[in-house]
Structure formats: C-alpha cells, structure tokens
Write a protein that binds this ligand. Structure first.
Ligand SMILES: Cc1ncc(COP(=O)(O)O)c(C=O)c1O
Ligand SMILES: [Zn+2]
Length: 420
C-alpha cells in the first residue's frame, strides 16, 4: 500500500518524495535548495514510484483538468493548491501542413505556447514554483528574467496574493516590461545584462526570505516546464514524435523536456525514441558552441541578438542540456538573426502563428537542418513555440508597409486592379 494512502482526497497529495542530487544521488527534504551540499551538482525532484504508477494512467489523465494539473502525480505541489493559480497548459498542438510542405518534412507540429495566460511557456514553471514558495512559508516571490518570466511571475503572484520582485536587464522591449508592470510587481532594472540580473537575484535570494522561482526554487520550476513534453506526447496519441526542437536560454526548458519524456517512458505512458534538439541565436550560443566543440561552456560576456529572451550568456543548465541532447541523439544549432526573423515571418505567413524571435530560432533551425540533411524528410517534428510575437514588436514594426489611399474607388484601383 502506498505510504500516501492516509491523505483524504487525491487532490491534496503530492507524490514528490524529495530532492535528489543528479550526480551523487544524495537525498534532501523538499525545501529551498538548488544544489547538492556535497558535490554542488543540481538537485531534482523525484517521485514515489508506486504512488505515481497507480495515480497516473492514460484514462485518469484524459479525464483530468484541461491544464498542466492533469499530470498532478508528476508535479511537486498538490493539485488543489496548484489550481488556485492561473492554470496554464493544454495549449494547442497545431498541425502545420503548409510549412511542412514548404520546408520538406513529412509532418510538422507546433506546440503553441503563445496562448498561455501571459503569452509564453513561462506560466508553466511559475505554476509549480509559486505555490511551492507559499507552501514553504516564504514572504514573496521573484525571478531574474529576460522578459517573459517577469510577466509570468508577476501574474501568478497577483493571483495568489503575494508580493513579487522581478529583476530584469536594462533596455528590455517595452511590451515585456509592461507585461510585468500591469500585475503590480516590483520591477528592479539592473545596469547590465541578464547575467548581471541573475547574479544580483542570487544575492537577494540568499539574504531575504523570497522564493526566486528560477534560482532557489529551480527544482520545482523545471517540473512545470516538463509538461510541454508531456502534453505534446499525449496530444500525439501517446506517441513520441521523432524529434522535438527546443529554444535554449539557460537550457532549463530543454533539460525539463528530457526529464518529462523519460518519466513518461518509465511509467509506461509512451514509447519512442524522440530526439531532443536545441537551438540558440548565433549572437548568444554558449551551449550550442560547447556541443559542437566538445569544450566546456564558455560564457558570452555581451550577448547581441534579436532573440532577447534567449540572451543568457552564462547558462545555468547548459551542461545538463548538452547531456540530454547527446543521449537522445539530437543536435544543437545557432541560426543568425536574419534567419530567425525570416522564420518568424514564414511561420506567421504560412500557418497564422505569431511567435516572438525565440520561436523564430526554432523554425530557422529546422529549416537549416532539413537543408543539410540532419533532419530526415520522413520525420514527425514538434517545434516548441514558447512566446508570443506581440510582446516583441519593434524589429518587425519597421517593416510595415501600407497603401495610403483616400476614400474613393478610383484610388484603390492601383491595388486591386480594374473591376471586372
Ligand atoms: C520565449 C522563451 N523561450 C525559451 C526560453 C528559454 O528557456 P530556458 O532559459 O529555460 O532555456 C525563454 C527563456 O526566457 C523564453 O522566454
Ligand atoms: Zn551530490
């Protein structure tokens, strides 16, 4: 019998059994911790195997809520507490047959996380880490952010009624800052890059009782991100695609996708041999460069790219991401900014999906890798489109052209031609 059977209702449970060091396996309580105190390797949440096997069946998942909480036995907070939040997830897996034909691949699906509550995938990791912070009795929540996480953290904090603090680099796109401001957060803008913001957030996290979702709550944060992989597999009829392509900043999302896929396999919910590939913009590609060279990750001092949300020079989960890519037989890539912007427009104009440049990085990479033969023509590929284009308008707004006309028909003939 499961040791959790004393709990009254399913909704109150979590099967999380502890934090475990990814290197030496040492177990820690489910507390505020991101690394092992013996070998300094990252720690991760693991679950009670028997409890999860009983509670997580295809039938039970299908009958669950239309959000990440359908996978509650594999999440680190109780479903009741989690569902008091914004309930992200179960976003569409869109069949992209027009773009598949254009690029030359059998089947292409876009996991469309542009339609989450704050318009990026970041609502997922926040949905598991903010309630955890509250459960642990912390006084507030925060994050270091390249933009999207700030909005997601601020919105979730508003919903749970706790104060929030978002540490961002100077000069972020206005709409990203606005998307945090409206939720009534405290915005701290540092004079420097994301890495400067991240270092400052680490210092604050050590000093005050604040749960920084991607720092001292990082193990709980990645659990939310892995639902992108779980949903993709479920939406494909419990089949893994041949390949998932993931945008990489710190590498946390890609690592989480790897964890999700392997947990689904372990609990018999999917089988397959999905290759997990990662992509960064060429203007900030420390993970992809290390993957190609075999050398240690060399942090990028001054990232320069249109894909601002991926501009993380010193990626905290970079080595873990490389491990997942190698083990699964995937690739790591780094398209140029002009390829990224062209791919953003291609996705919008062939499939009606408006992504921010992070998603353009994914489509640009798919295009390059079909062209050089790395992606085979008979593959089924899932692209993770993780953020909405409306938050990053400036570089595209410069390209707007309109026909200036008055209000009479003869003036529009130059556009529509002669009437029949
Ligand atoms: C839209 C978008 N996609 C992908 C990522 C990359 O996530 P990670 O830092 O977990 O690699 C981010 C990170 O901020 C993001 O905002
Ligand atoms: Zn250890």
């Amino acid at each position: 019998m499961s040791s959790y059977s004393y709990l009254r209702t399913e909704d109150r449970r979590t099967f999380a059994s502890g934090l475990y060091c990814k290197e030496c396996g040492k177990r820690f309580e489910l507390s505020i911790r991101s690394a092992c105190d013996e070998c300094f390797a990252p720690v991760e949440v693991r679950y009670d195997e028997e409890g999860v096997s009983n509670a997580l069946t295809r039938e039970k998942i299908s009958r669950g809520p239309s959000s990440i909480w359908r996978y509650w036995p594999l999440l680190p907070v109780s479903r009741d507490e989690g569902m008091r939040g914004l309930n992200p997830g179960m976003t569409p897996l869109r069949e992209c047959s027009n773009l598949a034909k254009l690029l030359g691949v059998k089947r292409l699906l876009v996991k469309d996380d542009t339609v989450n509550p704050t318009y990026s995938f970041k609502d997922r990791p926040v949905a598991t880490s903010v309630p955890k912070a509250i459960e642990l009795g912390l006084k507030g929540v925060g994050c270091a952010s390249t933009g999207n996480l700030a909005g997601a953290t601020a919105a979730a904090a508003a919903k749970y009624g706790v104060p929030s603090y978002v540490i961002i680099p100077q000069g972020l796109e206005l709409n990203k800052v606005l998307s945090a401001h409206v939720y009534g957060t405290n915005i701290v803008e540092v004079n420097g890059t994301y890495d400067t913001a991240n270092r400052l957030a680490n210092l604050i996290a050590d000093r005050y009782s604040i749960g920084f979702v991607n720092i001292n709550l990082r193990p709980y944060y990645v659990e939310g991100s892995k639902t992108l992989a779980l949903e993709s597999v479920e939406q494909l009829g419990w089949q893994e695609p041949d390949r998932i392509i993931v945008p990489m900043g710190s590498g946390a999302l890609l690592t989480a996708v790897g964890k999700g896929i392997s947990e689904f396999r372990r609990f018999g919910l999917s089988d397959g041999t999905c290759m997990i590939s990662g992509t960064q913009p060429a203007g900030c590609s420390p993970i992809s460069e290390s993957f190609a060279s075999g050398n240690d990750i060399r942090p990028v001092e001054l990232p320069h790219t249109v894909a601002e949300s991926l501009a993380i020079g010193d990626p905290a989960s970079g080595s873990d991401a490389i491990g997942v890519i190698r083990e699964s037989g995937g690739y790591a890539d780094a398209p140029q900014d002009d390829e990224i912007v062209a791919a953003q427009l291609l996705l919008a104009r062939s499939e009606g999906i408006f992504t921010e440049p992070a998603g353009g990085t994914v489509i640009a990479s798919l295009r390059r890798k079909i062209d050089d033969g790395t992606v085979a023509a008979d593959e089924t590929v899932v692209c993770l489109i993780t953020g909405n284009g409306l938050k990053v308008p400036s570089h595209l707004a410069r390209g707007i052209r309109s026909h200036a006309v008055g209000s009479t028909l003869p003036e529009v003939e130059q556009i529509f031609g002669q009437a029949k």
